[in-house]
Write a protein that binds this ligand. Sequence first.
Ligand code: A2P
Length: 273
Amino acid sequence: IQSTITLNNGTVIPQVGLGVFQTPDGDTTVKAVTAALEAGYRHIDTARIYGNEESVGEGIRRSGVPRGDIFLTTKLWNDDIRAHRAKDAFVESLDRLGVDYVDLYLIHWPADGWRQAWSDMQEIYAAGRAKAIGVSNFQRHHLEELLKDSDVTPAADQIESSPQFANQELVDFAHGLGIAVEAWSPLGGTGGTLLADPRLAEIGAKYGKSPAQVVIRWHIQRGVVVLPKSTHAERIRQNFDVFDFNLAAADMAAVSALETGRRNGADPDDFDF
Ligand code: A2P
């Protein structure tokens, strides 16, 4: 049975969601989303900038799974943050998705203008069109600054996190504030070397699980929401077959020991997009 986390406003989020970054718009995304929903996923994570919101919506409709059973996230893109277009951009995302609400709406990066965006998102939340609101790629200092002028604590911070870059101090800091953490590039990212590490295969062999399943399980047991992406139906199914085993403490520690301290993606304190 899949595990869930209760966000700080009472909304329940399934702990494993399908990520669709770099999943091409059209048939590829429609198929990935339908395969995930057929496999039992009830959580899809997209973003304006991924360019596939229409196909995500199409996949949801084609799956036949009721909208109300699915946790759907999208994100406000940087250009719209800088242009103070949060409210318009949100409606445009709803239109592309073909839904009348999202479960979680996130500020994608701490681009200039994010303070205004956070206040606009509180209005979106108050209107009930996003069941929860949060941020992504916010560092500790961004969260501290946000909370200085806001009574509303973000429900989630979606950040890079994998065994090679656990981002553990930020995870712990967010958790201490009651902010759920969602991991992007949880498997080490496209073209990454993590899954080929023989230590993961060795651990997996003990449980009859693949390296990807070991890593997803590691995320679940450290209490974060994990958003693996794949365009292959077989892998999408495999990545959800993670609720029937438990990594022993020593194996959790062995996965954590793969830390390199190096990011796979952009630095939230130094990005230019
Ligand atoms: P593919 O889409 O070809 O399956 P991330 O860390 O960003 O989620 O990166 C996942 C990367 O790992 C993607 O490139 C994806 O490629 C690949 N991948 C996803 N699931 C599996 C799996 N179960 N086994 C091997 N590779 C996987």
